[in-house]
Design a protein around this ligand. Sequence first.
Ligand SMILES: [Zn+2]
Length: 158
Amino acid sequence: MTGYRIVAVSDELSERVRTTLKSPQYGHPAFIEIANGCGPCRSCLRKFEEGKEERVLFTYNPFEGISDLPAPGPIFVHREDCKKYEGETFPEELRDLLLVLDGHKKDGMLTRREQIEDGGVDERIQQMLKDPDIEYIQVRNGQAGCFITRIERTANDN
Ligand SMILES: [Zn+2]
């Protein structure tokens, strides 16, 4: 078993978009809306309660600091403060979504893509982390394509 951690959007970034209502990376306006989809929130990685919870939609580059080529896309976080997911297991709430796992090399190049439609996400993550070419995994929504979260090996496995 290769140890890994889930790297959700930082508290600093979530806080900035909630207070400025602009994308912290791009300055584009952010939008507040009542959730009309399950999401999830990219901070706590919980699904939104549709028709109830408010969320902020903004443009985000999930490759900042890890790849020269940005890949901006829309993401959501809860309008109200929420607790950032800090875990070394895959979030339970995301297991029934259609997911795509993108394995990237150190230089940011995509080297492997796995579609998860039938469960078994843990096995796929382990298989990908065994590949020394894969530096990190970007988890994306298999329908909308948007970024959900990042998976990185924990330091003691290197
Ligand atoms: Zn949240």
